[in-house]
Write a protein that binds this ligand. Structure first.
Ligand code: G1P
Length: 299
């Protein structure tokens, strides 16, 4: 029988990044507020955490991120206007999904010292329990939300779990890469055991092509490692480097399609895919896309 593992109750959303790839859109707006169809990226990340049973939402922010705080709060003028006009559906969209008071925290990362540093900034709120990390710019379109899948795998396996996906070898320098322990044979076929992790290795040095996506379930000890972690790839404190000290670490090959919304092409592709996944607009979208492709001499 598997031991019962402490529940994953808290999630960290590192949202301090500058989003320079989306300038000028991100000049005065956080990249996490960019919409995919009609919801900001961070809203999807929040919904995914909620679907996984998580109850405490910790945002590690930076300068210029007020719009995220406002998004997770009431907007009284608009709500009262919608209510006067009997626009119930719109009213629901502004606030029905808000988490209970006290379940959202904002921590400021004063310097952009990397993802690992951002996670470490939340250490006092995490305390001594396992937690999740979700990077909003990695979207996963799936039947069962990705973090929910991972929490289920975690309830059997415990330890540390990172979401993983195979990528072309020429892209290893953009991601954390898993060094796979081929001798281990986890019972869950979606799991692979890691014997190491390397942040952004060049294709010739990468131990595999299995890359980490922005989904993590971590034991609190990783925060101690992060506190001592020296700068790594890009001169930043890397989360991957701290997880590499932990044991056990598993990669989880989630079910679903990942869209890397950290770049323009992945972001636009996500908009198309998420629009097509919406029953009420799917048919009209298909027709529009056909026209767009025809006009661009693609079909
Ligand atoms: C971060 C992590 C990297 C991971 C990636 C997933 O990199 O450091 O290990 O593979 O997210 O999106 P970043 O995209 O912040 O450079």
């Amino acid at each position: 029988m598997p031991h019962s593992k402490p529940k994953i109750r808290k999630v960290i959303f590192p949202v301090g990044g500058l989003g320079t790839r989306f300038l000028p859109a991100t000049k005065s707006m956080p990249k996490e507020m960019l919409p995919v169809v009609d919801k900001p990226l961070i809203h999807y990340a929040f919904e995914e955490a909620q679907a996984a049973g998580i109850q405490q939402f910790i945002f590690v922010t930076g300068r210029n991120k007020h719009a995220i705080e406002d998004h997770f709060d009431h907007v009284y003028e608009l709500q009262s206007h919608l209510s006067t006009k009997n626009k119930h559906k719109e009213l629901e969209l502004t606030s029905d999904w808000l988490p209970p008071p006290g379940s959202v925290s904002f921590i400021r990362q004063q310097e952009p010292m990397g993802l690992g540093h951002a996670v470490w900034c939340a250490r006092h709120i995490i305390g001594d329990e396992p937690f999740a990390v979700i990077l909003a710019d990695d979207m996963v379109l799936a039947k069962t939300p990705c973090m929910k899948q991972m929490v289920k795998a975690y309830s059997e396996t415990g330890g540390n779990i990172v979401g993983v996906i195979d990528i072309p070898r020429e892209k290893t320098a953009s991601y954390g890469i898993v060094d796979i322990d081929k001798s281990a044979k986890p019972r869950d076929k979606r799991l692979v055991k890691a014997k190491g992790l390397v942040e952004k290795p060049s294709p010739d040095k990468a131990p595999s092509t299995l890359s980490i996506i922005g989904r993590y379930i971590l034991q609190p000890e990783v925060l101690d490692y992060l506190g001592r972690q020296k700068p790594g790839a890009g001169g930043e404190i890397q989360l991957t480097d701290a997880i590499a000290h932990m044991e056990p670490v598993h990669g989880y090959r989630f079910e679903g399609t990942r869209y890397d919304c950290g770049g323009l092409v992945g972001f636009v592709a996500a908009n198309v895919a998420y629009a097509l996944a919406r029953g009420e607009i799917r048919e009209r979208m298909v027709k529009e896309l056909e026209q767009v492709f025809k006009r661009s001499n693609i079909i």
